[in-house]
Design a protein around this ligand. Structure first.
Ligand code: GLY
Length: 403
């Protein structure tokens, strides 16, 4: 321990926390230092996303890739966890590279893109100039609000799978994650339009996305003129009636975050229902890292999804902050122990310098199956930060900050 703490002090100190946190932050910083060093020589900005079936690095493409904010977000977390200005410098460059995305209205994931980069930057030492970018991005996201249906349209219906399926106005549970941007835009601008859009979307999702057992559908297709639910189905799950693991993760995280900004008890109740679903499920492995879908056909011979586990762990630290139920934090700690074990955490210099192994993008599309993913790393680092903050002073500093 002394050795590892010594080297951390030498290249940026870990703030607060214990040996588990110090060790894992040190590991993450060493691995991501190799990543940023490897990117240094490239002529243009490259954002690591995943690794393809041939074992080659895949970079995210700026214009349409929903994952482009996660790498800058991870750099902000590394800065926060180490206090090393090296990470701030890198985080700023990668964040500011995304500046044009504030005007992107072509998909709902602008919330992930700008939230992970500019909003995290604002929370963790970035520039005042990030504020108008966040508000503009919220304005762009709001163009996708369909007032008659009361929801934000996730995917465009005129191409790809939505066109093939004949969907009119598809909303995916993932969309909950993009609403944080709207809440923050209202805080920053004083314009309640964004807040109201978020609230409407959350309530519609609460009514229409969930099953009796607390699990969520992946896709709900609406009639955009009347708001009638036309179909409940899946895109990335095993089947329409199955429980896609990352969808459950987005749900528990989304409703916990929604409670943060609204204090509406039903949202906390929904997060708890999803918790009960996940953690009483017979197909949840003992290390608490779920298979990619709780109903996948060949369990236990199915890939795990470390990204879902990381999202859930991060959500549970926040959920534990709003509740007396100690189980939430204990469960999050167990997940973090699993993810930090050699079964999931890559050795230094391995795994194309990503932190975590064994995530799944989309099994039905045969895309990104059992690979590293930049968002698995992002939520792992976020969870590490939340764990440190909870244990150091019982708070969740950055997400509750006002600026
Ligand atoms: N939001 C896309 C996914 O979770 O794969």
């Amino acid at each position: 321990m002394w050795l590892s703490l010594f080297s951390l002090v030498a290249c940026g100190e870990v703030k607060g926390g214990d040996d588990f946190i110090a060790t894992n932050v040190e590991h993450a910083a060493a691995q991501y230092r190799l990543q940023t060093d490897a990117l240094e020589g490239s002529e243009r900005m490259l954002i690591p996303r995943t690794v393809d079936a041939e074992g080659k690095m895949v970079y995210a493409r700026r214009k349409w890739d929903w994952t482009i904010g996660f790498f800058p977000g991870s750099l902000w977390y590394l800065y926060n966890l180490t206090d090393d200005p090296y990470w701030k410098d890198k985080a700023e460059s990668y964040t500011e590279y995304l500046i044009k995305e504030q005007y992107n209205t072509t998909h709902h994931d602008i919330g992930f893109v700008i939230g992970c980069s500019f909003l995290n930057g604002l929370r963790m030492g970035g520039k005042e100039e990030y504020k108008p970018v966040i508000v503009q991005a919220a304005k762009s996201l709001s163009t996708r609000f369909r007032p008659e249906a009361g929801i934000i349209q996730s995917w465009n219906a005129d191409k790809g799978r939505p066109l093939q399926m004949g969907w009119k106005c598809p909303v995916i549970i993932d969309n909950m994650m993009n609403l944080e941007l709207l809440f923050e835009a209202t805080r920053l601008s004083g314009d309640s339009t964004y807040y109201n859009i978020a609230l409407s979307h959350i309530d519609k999702t609460l009514n229409n996305h969930f099953r009796e057992d607390g699990s969520t559908y992946h896709v709900v297709d609406y009639d955009p003129q009347t708001g009638k639910v036309l179909n409940r189905c899946t895109a990335q799950g095993y089947s329409d009636e199955s429980a896609w693991a990352r969808g459950q993760a987005w749900a528990i995280y989304g409703y916990t975050m929604a409670y943060r900004y609204t204090r509406i008890p039903e949202y906390l109740k929904q997060a708890d229902k999803v918790y009960e679903f996940i953690f009483t499920h017979l197909n949840l492995p003992t290390d608490l890292v779920p298979y990619w879908d709780f109903d996948a056909l060949n369990i236990p011979n199915e890939p795990r999804d470390a990204s879902a586990a990381a999202v859930i762990a991060s959500a549970l630290y926040e959920l534990s902050y709003y509740s007396d139920n100690r189980e939430y934090k204990n469960t999050a700690d167990k997940i973090m122990e699993s993810l930090s074990s050699p079964a999931y955490r890559a050795g230094i210099g391995e795994n194309h310098y990503f932190l975590l192994k064994h995530s799944v993008g989309s099994c039905p599309d045969h895309v990104e199956v059992d690979v590293p993913l930049n968002y698995a790393d992002y939520y792992y680092l976020e969870a590490l930060k939340r764990k440190r903050d909870m244990e150091a002073n019982g708070s969740l500093q950055h997400i509750l900050a006002s600026y």
